[in-house]
Design a protein around this ligand. Structure first.
Ligand code: ZN
Ligand code: ZN
Length: 158
């Protein structure tokens, strides 16, 4: 499978060449702020499966983990396309589901940080919800846990 996406102005395009390791909806206040919406849909993707073309710029922000997160935006239109949570010890990134060409190709496999979920938003019972983070080893499909663990140490660019 492959997934494609782009920024709002079209200067940046990306391809995800293999299945995401996991897809979740995050309802934390950081994701609410950066989306300007109720939650973000994040596709956790092996960096080697992600190809991007076009100019982007990065901004590093603080996160609840203390490790920080690098946010990547289209240089021209500012669309927020992907990020790297620095607490990951392997090269994985989070791609924003809303930037996909066909947003119906993915569905959240979990809702996280629902402690700050908007009160007016009703979640269905068929997808697991977590007040804070999930446990990757317990809550991801086994194949994704194994692939994650096989990706090797992260190389953070300067
Ligand atoms: Zn753009
Ligand atoms: Zn979040």
């Amino acid at each position: 499978m492959s997934l494609t996406g782009r920024c709002a102005c079209g200067a940046v395009h990306f391809v995800i060449s293999d299945e995401p390791l996991f897809t979740h909806a995050c309802h934390c206040t950081d994701c609410q702020r950066t989306t300007g919406s109720a939650f973000v849909v994040h596709l956790v993707v092996a960096e080697m499966d992600f190809e991007i073309e076009g100019g982007t710029q990065m901004s590093t922000v603080a996160t609840g983990s203390g490790a920080g997160c690098d946010l990547h935006f289209c240089t021209q239109c500012g669309t927020y396309l992907w990020c790297r949570y620095r607490y990951h010890q392997v090269p994985v990134i989070a791609v924003r589901g809303g930037a996909l060409d066909d947003t119906n190709q993915v569905r959240p496999q979990a809702h996280i940080f629902t402690r700050s979920k908007q009160a007016w938003l009703q979640l269905s019972d068929d997808v697991p919800s977590f007040l804070e983070a999930y446990g990757r080893d317990e809550d991801w499909p086994q194949a994704s846990v194994e692939r994650y663990n096989s990706l090797g140490p992260v190389k953070i660019p300067d």
